[in-house]
Design a protein around this ligand. Structure first.
Ligand SMILES: *[C@@H]1O[C@H](CO)[C@@H](O)[C@H](O)[C@H]1NC(C)=O
Ligand SMILES: *[C@@H]1O[C@H](CO)[C@@H](O)[C@H](O)[C@H]1NC(C)=O
Ligand SMILES: *[C@@H]1O[C@H](CO)[C@@H](O)[C@H](O)[C@H]1NC(C)=O
Ligand SMILES: *[C@@H]1O[C@H](CO)[C@@H](O)[C@H](O)[C@H]1NC(C)=O
Ligand SMILES: *[C@@H]1O[C@H](CO)[C@@H](O)[C@H](O)[C@H]1NC(C)=O
Ligand SMILES: *[C@@H]1O[C@H](CO)[C@@H](O)[C@H](O)[C@H]1NC(C)=O
Ligand SMILES: *[C@@H]1O[C@H](CO)[C@@H](O)[C@H](O)[C@H]1NC(C)=O
Ligand SMILES: *[C@@H]1O[C@H](CO)[C@@H](O)[C@H](O)[C@H]1NC(C)=O
Ligand SMILES: *[C@@H]1O[C@H](CO)[C@@H](O)[C@H](O)[C@H]1NC(C)=O
Length: 450
């Protein structure tokens, strides 16, 4: 592919190049969202660390710590669920800062009854407001974890577990198997527990270092393919130089009528349909795209040295408030973002050299909370870019984003050839597949016989 691509682009006009460039960018430069590997966050993972802090007559006490090392994927309510399978006949005597969902069959025990006797316990976080004597540090957040870029101090969760009928030395303890993480819903795959050098803890007065008796780590990674999610957001575009508003592609997240339920925003039954907070199924406003979230990118002003974009995120979901939402945007000018109004910003540099990707999120207590669908169901911000003379252009959709994620999910973009055009732009040149193949063929012949 490589060698036939270059002659092809030489043979095309500048106009077609824009489209082609976008096309190749979309097709080849990024692994598709079906792969576990996330090009924009290649080291993103959730690491679960077990530190044995003391031995007991029949087992051990461990502090389990979950770190969300993902830059922009957080765990929203109703939160994480962690499961594993015991390697032997272990039981959980007690827990702090979390609980198992089921006790299981503890009928063999007389007197003290364990907290959980299941071979494959399922653990959930406790809710905020849990009595102090059942808490430990970093617990009790209802399973909600921030993303690493947004709030690393809240990207961590911990609980303590007292395990019985286990080994009582680092030679006899067996690492649990088959870790599973729902966060919430499927999407994460966890590797095996690996014994690692014991964690060192620094005492609060920083004068003494203690260490765990034994430590193992489990790494879980996310894949949108495993999550089997239909898209949850789409992108629409407009510009000051063209009246056309390019809407989200029809059926981006579902088709009106059959695939999902929706309500008209002016429906008199709106409140009764949406009510019933126990039902978690989304109720979206009826639109042609049927997405719960739409991101609108408006190229607003052209200055001599700068240009300005307005970004609006609209919630069409009547049943969800998005707290701590985030947006990942890829655009070649993002390395020269000069100013951002009313959003937080962090550049993501997945490959070091590539710095065209940034994460945007709301300011605490101001717009970090995206309200349910309705009049206040939107947040917006403006971005001011410094023009880079060598690449800046309003032609051929260059001013529009290459890719947008909302809360870590890839948003459906309009096709590049539908982007708003500059007035008097040269008429659109169709680059048919045939032309492309022909050029490839010519190039191949050329390279073979030259
Ligand atoms: C998990 O993420 C951390 C932080 O990005 C990284 O240092 C570590 O290598 C990752 N672990 C694996 C197994 O990918
Ligand atoms: C187990 O403990 C012994 C000392 O008691 C230590 O030498 C060894 O490294 C430990 N092994 C592991 C896997 O932690
Ligand atoms: C772990 O899962 C694998 C595949 O899902 C299964 O074959 C294996 O028996 C499980 N191990 C335990 C200890 O449950
Ligand atoms: C184990 O996980 C912790 C984070 O919880 C990390 O700091 C540590 O480096 C990991 N150890 C190894 C050997 O990967
Ligand atoms: C939606 O309806 C169309 C035709 O009415 C049908 O072909 C399609 O399979 C339906 N999709 C779903 C998800 O039910
Ligand atoms: C969303 O938040 C608003 C105001 O904070 C609240 O009134 C509403 O009940 C919430 N909606 C949902 C679905 O939780
Ligand atoms: C972004 O990358 C370009 C080219 O790789 C480099 O020249 C520039 O200094 C980088 N900018 C930042 C802010 O890292
Ligand atoms: C970014 O802006 C600086 C001036 O502020 C300029 O020198 C540099 O070429 C620009 N880089 C890119 C990649 O736009
Ligand atoms: C605006 O862009 C559309 C493509 O989205 C194009 O069809 C139309 O001709 C453009 N309008 C002007 C005035 O150039």
């Amino acid at each position: 592919m490589g060698f036939c691509f270059i002659p092809v682009i030489r043979s095309l006009s500048k106009a077609s190049f824009g489209i082609l460039f976008l096309f190749f960018l979309t097709c080849f430069c990024f692994p598709s969202s079906t792969e576990a590997y996330d090009a924009l966050d290649p080291n993103g993972n959730i690491t679960i660390k077990w530190d044995i802090i003391s031995w007991t007559p029949d087992g051990y006490v461990a502090v389990v710590t979950m770190n969300n090392f993902q830059q922009y994927r957080h765990i929203a309510a109703p939160g994480w669920t962690l499961g594993w399978t015991w390697a032997k006949k272990e039981v959980i005597w007690s827990m702090m800062g979390a609980q198992t969902t089921e006790q299981g069959d503890c009928s063999k025990f007389k007197g003290n009854v364990p907290h959980c006797c299941k071979k494959n316990p399922t653990v959930v976080d406790l809710l905020p407001g849990t009595p102090y004597n059942q808490q430990i540090a970093n617990c009790c957040k209802g399973g909600v974890l921030s993303s690493w870029a947004q709030d690393p101090t809240n990207a961590i969760a911990s609980f303590q577990v007292s395990v019985g009928r286990a080994g009582t030395t680092n030679k006899t303890v067996k690492v649990p198997k088959n870790f599973t993480l729902n966060a919430p819903g499927p999407g994460y795959t966890c590797g095996p527990g690996k014994i690692v050098p014991p964690t060192k803890f620094i005492t609060s007065d920083k004068r003494r270092v203690t260490q765990a008796l034994m430590t193992w780590n489990v790494t879980c990674t996310y894949s949108q393919f495993l999550a089997q999610k239909t898209p949850t957001c789409c992108v629409s575009l407009s510009s000051f130089y063209n009246d056309t508003i390019v809407p989200c592609p029809t059926c981006s997240c579902g088709c009106r009528g059959n695939s999902s339920t929706c309500v008209e925003s002016d429906s008199p039954h709106l409140r009764s349909v949406v009510g019933g907070k126990n039902n978690l199924a989304p109720v979206v406003q009826c639109t042609s795209h049927m997405c719960p979230i739409r991101v609108h990118w408006h190229v607003k002003v052209n200055y001599k040295e700068y240009w300005r974009v307005k970004v609006t995120i609209t919630n069409f979901n009547y049943r969800v408030n998005y707290s701590d939402w985030n947006l990942v945007v890829q655009h070649p000018n993002l390395d020269n973002l000069t100013q951002l109004f009313s959003f937080n910003y962090k550049g993501l540099t997945p490959y070091g050299a590539i710095n065209d990707t940034a994460m945007l999120w709301g300011i605490k207590f101001y717009n970090d909370f995206l309200n349910e669908a309705g009049r206040s169901g939107n947040v917006q911000s403006e971005l001011l870019f410094r023009k880079d003379k060598s690449t800046f252009t309003f032609e051929k959709g260059w001013a529009f984003p290459r890719r947008i994620y909302f809360n870590g999910d890839n948003c459906v973009m309009p096709p590049p050839d539908a982007y708003p055009w500059l007035p008097n732009a040269s008429p659109r040149q169709e680059v048919s597949l045939l032309t492309l193949l022909m050029s490839c063929f010519v190039a191949l012949v050329f390279y073979t016989f030259a």
